[in-house]
Design a protein around this ligand. Structure first.
Ligand SMILES: Nc1ncnc2c1ncn2[C@@H]1O[C@H](COP(=O)(O)OP(=O)(O)O)[C@@H](O)[C@H]1O
Ligand SMILES: [Mg+2]
Length: 239
């Protein structure tokens, strides 16, 4: 055993192996923020992962403000909560350094368009999950976004980005055939689709779009709940 790997092992045993992930994409309204919140609350409460959620959606900071509202609504509580932080491209790196090796997941919520903030911020992300809503126009714009990521990040030798994964959000069983056709089209265009999907559910939109509590498994739709999706995200993030 070389000194390096011995040191490395000690390092690993003391520090957490942090993964930096994000549900992102270049389109607004496809569920990025909703899913980043769901990922954070579920990883933290149901999978006992240490998490920090970083809101880069400057200047709206809707997640950061939502956390404040959620806390006000909840009132005084002893419940453990994960931190929600605000960042700009200037502060992101120092914020990541502050949390790196002390949490399992750093989850970053970006704004909904490919502005400078987003492109520079993406340099830090290891696994990108792109929610895809069934819409003809989205196929083209998502393909362009994927190719941009591939060209600028995935093919770069010094890359941090390890995987880009597309998944269907707001999946509906009544449209299985439509989803299937789109999945084939995306796969043909060389885009990596996840196995699991996130269903269209009112619980993801209303009460449980919350930064303090996860969606209780009892409110889930059994087999169609988030469990499999969460497990796929965790598995991909291990790479
Ligand atoms: N799986 C889902 N089921 C039901 N509603 C959803 C789902 N995903 C997203 N939404 C709703 O879609 C809208 C846009 O979502 P949001 O997360 O704000 O998108 P983005 O961050 O990509 O702009 C919100 O009203 C949200 O509650
Ligand atoms: Mg958003």
């Amino acid at each position: 055993m070389t000194i390096w790997s011995y040191d490395h092992m000690i390092f690993k045993s003391i520090y957490m192996e942090t993964k930096i992930i994000s549900c992102t994409g270049e389109k607004g309204g496809c569920g990025k923020t909703t899913l980043n919140i769901i990922l954070a609350t579920n990883l933290y409460h149901l999978y006992q992962k240490k998490v920090v959620l970083i809101d880069m959606d400057n200047p709206q900071y809707s997640v950061y403000k939502k956390r404040k509202r959620d806390l006000r609504q909840m009132g005084p509580t002893e419940m453990p909560i994960f931190p929600v932080e605000r960042a700009t491209v200037e502060t992101l790196e120092s914020l990541i350094k502050r949390y790196y090796a002390t949490v399992d997941f750093i989850i970053v919520d970006f704004p909904g368009n490919l502005n400078e903030e987003m492109v520079r911020g993406l340099l830090y992300v290891e696994h990108i999950f792109i929610p895809f809503f069934l819409d003809e126009l989205e196929i083209d714009s998502t393909a362009v976004f994927y190719k941009t990521l591939e060209r600028n990040y995935l093919q770069n030798e010094n890359r941090v980005l390890r995987s880009v994964n597309l998944f269907f959000n707001r999946y509906e069983l009544v449209k299985v055939n439509k989803f299937d056709t789109v999945k084939k089209t995306l796969a043909k265009a060389g885009m990596p689709m996840m196995e699991q999907v996130v269903m269209e559910r009112t619980v993801y939109r209303e009460r449980y779009r919350n930064t303090l509590i996860p969606i209780p498994p009892t409110k889930e739709n059994g087999e169609l709940g988030l469990k499999r999706f969460m497990e796929e995200v965790i598995k991909i993030s291990k790479n």
